[in-house]
Design a protein around this ligand. Sequence first.
Ligand code: ATP
Ligand code: MG
Length: 249
Amino acid sequence: MSDIEIPEDHPRYESLLTRHRIEDGVDKGITSRQGLIAQGRGEAFDYLLGEQTIPSADAAERAAAAHLLLADHPVLSVNGNVAALVPGELVELAEATGADLEVNLFNRTEERMEAIVDHLREHGAEEVKGLTADGRIPGLSHERAKVDADGIGDADVVLVPLEDGDRAEALAAMGKTELVVDLNPMSRSAQSATVPIVDNIIRAVPNITRHARELQDASREELQRIVDEFDREEALAAAERAIREGGDE
Ligand code: ATP
Ligand code: MG
């Protein structure tokens, strides 16, 4: 609930804040009840990672920034959890990289689509895609396949935070470069990503924006070098090690 005050010096401040934002999201019709369960899974992994951005995640966030800056048509996919947790931060990332924002839901209802679009607009977004839904991702059932033809349908690079495994795999099969934020390095979403970012979305999005701003004037060659030097297998292995060893890589 938004009226609950959490003392900033509470040792688990960020985790409690995250929980309240998700609860608020459910109250506002932005986040689904399924989203609460996804949040619980995420929290468990974040706890094991020491609730910090591990060095391999920071490298993945820099590679993601380079991909977004190099892209012809980057799109940031937004679901109910992401909209509740980092709406303003996503708008900033879209601005820093020239990306489109598109709402994309696992449990799609027109009410929730519109609530999320309005919520993003309240946080400064101008154009938000997703309502036209005139494109399809091959290989998925009807409702879950819907995208905007001039949005994710046309994108070469897509940031998909907290995406379900099926759709992450289907987008990868379409040949899109997928940047996935997921705290579980073993999830199919992370496993099918071009760039798996094993970090909390709350830390990941502002950090990708910071890297994108830093790289704003970098040459295409330099951006390409950052992309080429990123090793997805090593990043996944480093995250698994960090979980086993209690937050240290
Ligand atoms: P799979 O990818 O193996 O098919 P799934 O997609 O069915 O699994 P879900 O519960 O739908 O699993 O997805 C939620 C995922 O999002 C989990 O892997 C969870 O760790 C991750 N997650 C939840 N909250 C956050 C968060 N705040 N930041 C980053 N990742 C999160
Ligand atoms: Mg998943």
